[in-house]
Design a protein around this ligand. Structure first.
Ligand SMILES: Nc1nc2c(c(=O)[nH]1)N[C@H]1C(S)=C(S)[C@@H](COP(=O)(O)O)O[C@H]1N2
Ligand SMILES: [Mo]
Length: 418
C-alpha cells in the first residue's frame, strides 16, 4: 500500500474525511448496523450442510454476476461477452467470467487430435501435440488481455448508460501458465531473414494475423493453463498465444500454426480491421500496445449511494500495456482537484492493479473520475484530449478517463465530464 500523500490529505479534507488516515482522529463510519445485533442462530446451522461436489459453482445467490452477451443475431458465433468488472473485487478474473471475443464461435477441440505446426523461415519445421507440449518447462505470468475495441462506445457523441463492465469489460486479468514461445522457436531454429510470424487458429474463422517475431521472442507465452486449470474452451483450449500488453486480437486462441516470414501477411484483421482513419487523413496500423487506462468499478452506474451523507470506498482497476501502474488519482469534482488513491499490491507489469480511496459523500452533486499513470510516465487522457488527437472516426484503442455522475439522490450516471 502506498502512503497517503499531501494531495490525498487535501482531497480527504475537502470531502470531510480528513484524519481518517492521519491516525489522530476517529475511524470513518462505514455501513455497520447497531440496531439488529446478530445473536439468533441462522437456520442453516440447525442441520448438516450439503455434501461434496466434483466441480464447485458460485452460490446461487450470485447468479446475476454474469458475462453480458452481445452477439450478432444472424451469426451467433460472432460477437462478444463482457466481464462484469463492476461485480468483482481483487484483480483476478474468474475463468467462467473472462470476457470472450469470437469471430466464428468456440471450436470443440479434441486435444488428442490437435497439433501446433511451426514452419516457414525455420531450419526444421516441427509439429507439437498437446501431450508433448505438457512436458516442456512452463512459466506463469499474470497479465490482462484487452480487446482493441474495448470501451469503443466512448467514441459516440452521447455517453452510453451501461454498467462499468458492460461498457469496459472486454478486458480480463488471469494467471496464464505455459511455455515461453522463445523456447519452441529456438527448437525449430529461426532463419536470419525471419521478421514476422503469421499465427493461424483452428476455429471456423481460421483467424490469422501477423505478429512481429521480436515480441514472440520477448515475452510471449503459449498458454495451456488459465488460473491454475487448463484453458477454458472459450479462451482457447487447448492452447493460445498470450502477448502481455498487446491488443486482444494478437492473442490467438486455438492456435494451430505459426509461420515465420519476412513481412506481414496483410490479413483482414490487420487491414480492413484494426486500422484507423486519423483526423489528418492518414491511417494508424499495427498499433499493438494497449495504453494505460483506469476505471472506477465501485461506485459505478447501476449502483446507488444509500446513505446521504455517507462514507464510501471508491475502488477500481488500472492497467497499462507498457508496464506497471505508477499512480492512480481520483477526483470527485469532475477533474478539478485530484488525490492519490492507494495502489494495492501486488503491482504487476501489464496486469490489473486495484486502487481504492475512502470518500465521504456529503450528498452534493459529484463527478467521480480516475486517472492512471504508468511507469513510463504516460498519463491516461481526458476524453476531449483523446478525441482531439484521434478524431471522431475512432473505433479501437479508446482509453479516456471515465466519469460517473452522482446525483443529489445518490443515483449514478455515465457522463462525459462535469
Ligand atoms: N482463433 C481466434 N483467436 C482469437 C479470436 C478469435 O475469434 N479466434 N478473437 C481475438 C480477439 S479480437 C480477442 S479480443 C481475444 C479475446 O480473447 P478471449 O475470448 O479469451 O477473451 O482473442 C483473440 N483471439
Ligand atoms: Mo478483440
Amino acid at each position: 500500500m502506498t502512503k497517503p500523500t499531501d494531495s490525498r490529505r487535501q482531497f480527504l479534507q475537502k470531502v470531510a474525511l480528513g484524519g481518517a488516515f492521519a491516525g489522530t482522529f476517529s475511524l470513518p463510519v462505514w455501513a455497520a448496523d447497531k440496531s439488529n445485533l446478530a445473536y439468533d442462530l441462522p437456520k442453516w446451522m440447525t442441520k448438516p450442510g450439503k455434501g461434496f461436489s466434483n466441480y464447485g459453482q458460485p452460490s446461487p445467490h450470485e447468479k446475476e454476476v454474469i458475462r453480458w452477451i452481445s452477439a450478432n443475431p444472424d451469426a451467433q458465433g460472432n460477437g462478444v461477452s463482457w466481464t462484469p468488472l463492476h461485480d468483482l473485487q481483487g484483480t483476478i478474473t474468474p475463468n467462467g467470467l473472462h470476457y470472450e471475443r469470437h469471430h466464428n464461435g468456440v471450436p470443440q477441440i479434441d486435444p488428442t487430435q490437435h497439433l501446433l505446426l511451426i514452419d516457414g523461415l525455420v531450419d526444421k519445421p516441427l509439429s507439437f501435440d498437446v501431450a508433448s507440449l505438457l512436458r516442456y518447462p512452463m512459466i506463469s505470468r499474470t497479465c490482462f488481455i484487452e480487446c482493441g475495441g474495448n470501451s469503443n462506445s466512448g467514441w459516440r457523441s452521447n455517453p452510453i448508460q451501461s454498467k462499468a463492465g458492460y461498457a469496459h469489460g472486454l478486458v480480463s486479468n488471469a494467471e496464464w501458465t505455459g511455455i515461453p514461445l522463445k523456447l519452441l522457436l529456438q527448437e525449430v531454429g529461426i532463419k536470419a531473414e525471419a521478421k514476422w510470424v503469421i499465427a493461424e487458429a483452428a476455429d471456423a474463422a481460421a483467424l490469422n494475423i501477423s505478429i512481429p517475431l521480436e515480441k514472440l521472442l520477448d515475452d510471449a507465452i503459449l498458454a495451456l493453463y488459465q488460473n491454475g486449470e487448463r484453458l477454458r474452451p472459450e479462451n482457447g483450449y487447448p492452447m493460445r498465444l498470450v502477448l502481455p500488453g498487446w491488443e486482444g486480437i494478437l492473442n490467438v486462441k486455438w492456435l494451430r500454426q505459426l509461420r515465420l516470414t519476412n513481412e506481414p501477411a496483410m490479413t483482414r484483421d490487420e487491414t480492413s480491421q484494426y486500422t484507423e482513419l486519423m483526423p489528418d487523413g492518414t491511417a494508424r496500423q499495427f498499433t499493438f500496445i494497449m495504453e494505460a487506462k483506469s476505471l472506477i468499478t465501485s461506485p459505478s452506474l447501476g449502483m446507488m449511494l444509500p446513505d446521504n451523507p455517507g462514507t464510501y470506498q471508491i475502488s477500481g482497476l488500472a492497467w497499462s500495456g507498457r508496464g506497471k501502474i505508477a499512480r492512480v488519482e481520483i477526483s470527485a469534482d469532475g477533474g478539478e482537484t485530484w488525490a492519490d488513491a492507494e495502489l494495492h499490491s501486488p503491482i504487476l507489469d501489464r496486469a490489473f492493479t486495484r486502487f481504492s480511496l475512502p470518500w465521504h459523500w456529503q450528498g452534493d452533486y459529484s463527478v467521480l473520475q480516475s486517472r492512471a499513470t504508468d511507469e513510463t510516465g504516460y498519463v491516461q487522457p481526458t476524453r476531449d484530449a483523446l478525441v482531439q488527437q484521434r478524431g471522431q472516426h475512432g473505433f479501437f484503442h479508446y482509453n479516456a478517463i471515465v466519469s460517473w455522475e452522482i446525483t443529489e439522490q445518490g443515483d449514478i450516471n455515465h457522463v462525459y465530464g462535469i
